[in-house]
Design a protein around this ligand. Structure first.
Ligand code: ASP
Length: 440
């Protein structure tokens, strides 16, 4: 039988009703053998996620020595979930122990992980499935990355023993035996790791939307839904801010050629978005699959005559960034010019001025200019490579909208074109590109 690993996100598990709905989905297909769960999310827009309540418990346990007041909110949430589900699961001793451990360990990661731990314990009782703790199967290396050699065989072995199992998302064990979490939203990564380890036929990611949209619905009203997308396209879009799925969640399943399906717990009848490995993907006929972007970048523009014949120029520029521990996003270049596109948050507190001084000293450019408040917009689609005139359409649309483009970068796979524009033109730019490729 083909195995499906299903992961349920925070809102899908926000209260007893939603957890029941998720459990019904799990049980409706016998191929769903393993479920990975997040902590309860927001029940309504002003509500606080359990993970955020837990970070408040951590803060109190460090600052005040105890977290009983903050933890009382956690107790209330989990008690009411167990009540709503009508479970004969005595959660009180588990909650008592959790509070005690939070106060003893005073670890942010341990504390934050308890939302997933408690929710998975509840889900396991509800489904009548085994609870397999992520701390016993997911391991990190000393440098903080996943210890694949240790984790994958262990997950496969432990889960093969259990016919069905619930695994808490978001955490594992570090090289010193302590609980360590992924970054926020990291249960998506846990689900992907489990899917890869058991060589699943499909990784289902159940959330509160019916998949990816072609662009941000806050900018364009009712944009088209993306039915099928390749891993590569998704990588480009999620890196640029399309955030239905954690940007790192595609890597484990991608290596195992396992498709991901984004589904809506509240509208399971919707097809959702199917994310396919390149081998299984055939272009869908659209030139552009999606548009995404981010604001607040800085461009450092360097000009020097005969730069192209000066060996080591780019290396020297990049080594200055490396020395200051600064990432760069893009590096468009010409024969006498080189631009470095950097997230502005890295350059605060005098860092930008320091970089400029160092670049003047080490590179002796003829001219150096800094553009701040730049937004990047990526237009992504495999269809772009095959269609003559795509970039002409893109730039004509931007010019018609009166948008000045200060930087252009095209990935070598012809999968995307990224433009740098003024922050103030960001929304206008997304609308113009969407209109050109989806509404004409
Ligand atoms: N509960 C964690 C968070 O709020 C992880 C997750 O939801 O995936 O970030």
């Amino acid at each position: 039988m083909n195995t499906i690993v299903c992961k349920f996100g925070g809102t899908s598990l926000a209260d007893g009703n939603n957890i029941k709905r998720a459990a019904d989905i799990v049980l409706s297909d016998p191929s769903r053998r393993y479920a990975v769960v997040s902590a309860p999310g927001r029940r309504f827009s002003e509500d606080v996620k359990v993970t955020d309540l837990l970070y408040a418990c951590y803060k109190d346990s460090v600052e005040k020595g105890n977290c009983s007041e903050a933890f009382s909110k956690i107790r209330k949430r989990f008690r009411s979930i167990v009540d709503e589900l009508g479970l004969s699961f005595d959660i009180e001793p588990v909650l008592d122990k959790t509070e005690e451990e939070i106060e003893t360990y005073k670890s942010a990661d341990f504390t934050a992980s308890r939302g997933e731990y408690l929710n998975a314990r509840i889900m396991a009782v509800l489904l009548g499935w085994e609870f397999v703790d992520a701390k016993d199967i997911i391991f990190f290396k000393e440098n903080g990355t996943l210890d694949e050699k240790k984790s994958y065989p262990l997950i496969a072995e432990k889960l093969a023993e259990a016919k069905h199992a619930v695994v808490p998302g978001f955490y594992g064990t570090d090289a010193h035996g302590n609980i360590k979490t992924f970054s926020r939203g990291g249960s998506d990564i846990s689900g992907s790791i489990v899917a890869r380890a058991v060589n699943a036929a499909l990784y289902e990611n159940w959330t509160d939307v019916s998949g990816f949209l072609a662009c941000d619905p806050r900018i364009v009203k009712n944009p088209e839904r993306i039915g099928v997308i390749s891993f590569k396209e998704l990588r480009e879009l999620s890196y640029m801010g399309a955030n239905v799925l954690h940007a790192e969640a595609i890597f484990p399943v991608r290596k195992g050629d396992i498709p991901i399906c984004i589904k809506n717990t509240f509208r399971p009848q919707d097809a959702g978005t199917l994310i396919l490995p390149s081998k299984q993907y055939t272009p869908q006929g659209n030139i552009v699959t999606g548009i995404a972007g981010k604001k607040d970048f800085t461009v450092i523009f360097l000009e020097k005559s005969l730069m192209n014949s000066e060996i080591g120029f780019a290396r020297k520029a990049l080594s200055i960034l490396e020395k200051e521990h600064i990432n760069f996003e893009h590096m468009p270049s010409g024969i006498d010019t080189l631009s470095l596109v950097i997230e502005s948050s890295y350059l605060k507190g005098g860092v930008l001025d320091k970089l400029i001084e160092e670049m003047k000293d080490a590179l002796a450019p003829d001219y150096i200019r800094v553009l701040e408040n730049i937004a990047l917009v990526a237009t992504v689609g495999h269809g772009m490579a095959k269609n003559v005139g795509t970039s002409a359409r893109l730039f004509a649309a931007l010019s018609e909208a009166g948008i000045n483009v200060c930087m252009i970068d095209q990935g070598s796979s012809e999968l995307n074109i990224i433009v740098g524009i003024d922050n103030a033109d960001y929304e206008k730019c997304v609308r113009a590109v969407y209109h050109e490729f989806f509404e004409k």
